[in-house]
Design a binder for this molecule. Structure first.
Ligand code: URA
Length: 423
């Protein structure tokens, strides 16, 4: 009986090419044995097998699978069930040879597939929430986790995008590390308990090719029910609600305590924020930090976010130039801002500039006419509109910069009244 040796638990590339080969050759599911290599030296299945089993021209051509279905298979391969390689192969075999259709909802194999995907999705969301909470603690660099399924590798890109600082995740079956420029994998702590003895291999090298990545675009219901900011920011990583996600490096979610009594809303992340994954860390953030300090506020006690969570830019040579977000970007991002407001429920919401004010107030706002006044927003929340700190950066002369900076600090002093002693 032919045996397929996979390089590791989620070796999707080898599993898939073996499936293509054996389905085409008409090898029945019972006629194939699957195994995961015991060590990295163990040889995974390779193209050499095509000499052993030439494709049978009498058999139909392999079906072409939709991208979505390939994604489903990649998720199901992560389920912690030793039979998964065989069941998934059987599904492909039956789709090709036995007239199985994906619409056969009561078919036992397809029912198993649905359960597997649901279990992996739940495990993935759980990991993302844990990882988001871990990322919010700026000093933390090592996360110990115990996934129920083999879901760690599929979260490599998620974790890198969520937290650009170096970190390491250690699980019983696998270690994953982001060095700040590369993802690396190694055996888990069950296989190599001694951290010093760990042998790292970079993603894309050695056996680390071709594992499937989990992309979980958020569902509105999940967003509306998210019980923590960690859960919310975990869901936002794969947001595809408008076109900005593709050119941007990552979703830049809000940051700060859920119990904050003051929430600041800016426009959208800039170049630095996009690279670091944190709001207001570039030049505008520098001004904001100084002004908060001069107004007697502490940034770590405030929840800071943006109306739009992806960087909108155009390339000019090698530079990325900021573009104002458009109405569709604000509309697409509203769901996040609403959910942040629901969870933080601030006593005061400060809108920095016209985009933030328009997004919150749902109408075009002239800053000069609206600024520096407290007004009732909703429930227990008051509103305050002021300028965006980058406005100060654009002023042409030192005198107007100083004058406008002082006005900005004055506005933030109004906000400081809302700082609770408990913050
Ligand atoms: N400008 C914003 O509005 N938000 C940021 O996070 C950075 C710059």
């Amino acid at each position: 009986m032919p045996e397929v040796v996979l390089a590791h638990q989620v070796d999707f590339a080898t599993w898939r090419s073996a499936c293509r080969h054996f389905v085409l050759a008409g090898v029945e599911p019972e006629g194939l044995h699957w195994r995961v290599a015991a060590t990295v030296q163990d040889t995974p299945w390779s193209a050499g097998l095509s000499q052993i089993l030439p494709a049978n021209p009498a058999n139909p051509a392999p079906m072409s699978l939709s991208r979505r279905f390939v994604g489903v298979l990649g998720q199901a391969l992560q389920v912690r069930d030793p039979a998964r390689f065989t069941v998934l192969y059987r599904i492909l075999y039956r789709l090709t040879h036995d007239g199985l259709e994906l619409g056969h909802t009561h078919d036992p194999d397809l029912m198993w597939l649905r359960q597997a995907v649901m279990a992996v999705r739940a495990d993935t969301l759980r990991f993302r929430e844990v990882f988001s909470a871990f990322s919010a603690q700026k000093a933390a660099t090592i996360l110990h986790d115990t996934p129920e399924h083999y879901s760690l590798e599929a979260n490599a890109r998620y974790a890198m995008q969520r937290n650009a600082r170096p970190w390491r995740v250690i699980t019983p079956y696998r270690r994953m590390e982001w060095t700040g420029s590369a993802i690396r994998f190694a055996a888990g702590e069950n296989a190599t308990p001694d951290d010093a003895a760990v042998q790292w291999q970079e993603d894309g090298t050695g056996i680390w090719r071709g594992y499937a990545l989990s992309v979980l675009p958020p569902k509105r219901g999940d967003v509306a029910q998210a019980a923590s900011l960690a859960m919310l920011s975990a869901q936002a990583v794969d947001c595809r609600a408008c076109g900005l996600w593709q050119p941007a490096s990552r979703t830049v979610f809000g940051e700060g305590p859920q119990s904050a009594s003051i929430m600041l809303v800016g426009e959208q992340p800039g170049d630095q924020e996009d690279q670091q994954g944190r709001p207001f860390v570039g030049p505008a953030g520098q001004i904001l930090d100084n002004a908060l300090h001069d107004a007697g506020l502490r940034r770590e006690q405030i929840y800071v976010t943006n109306a739009v969570k992806h960087f909108h830019f155009v390339w000019k040579g090698t530079r990325r130039l900021h573009q104002k977000p458009e109405a569709e970007h604000m509309a697409a991002c509203r769901v996040w801002l609403d959910a942040e407001r629901r969870l933080v429920s601030p006593a005061l919401l400060v809108m920095l500039g016209a985009t933030a004010a328009q997004s919150i107030l749902q109408k075009p706002v002239t800053i000069s006419r609206t600024r520096s006044r407290l007004f009732h927003l909703e429930g227990e929340t008051q509103g305050l509109v002021t300028v965006h700190p980058s406005y100060l950066l654009r002023l042409p002369d030192e005198a107007s910069r100083l004058r406008e900076y002082a006005r900005f600090v004055e506005d933030l002093r109004l906000a400081a009244q809302y700082q609770s002693p408990a913050d």
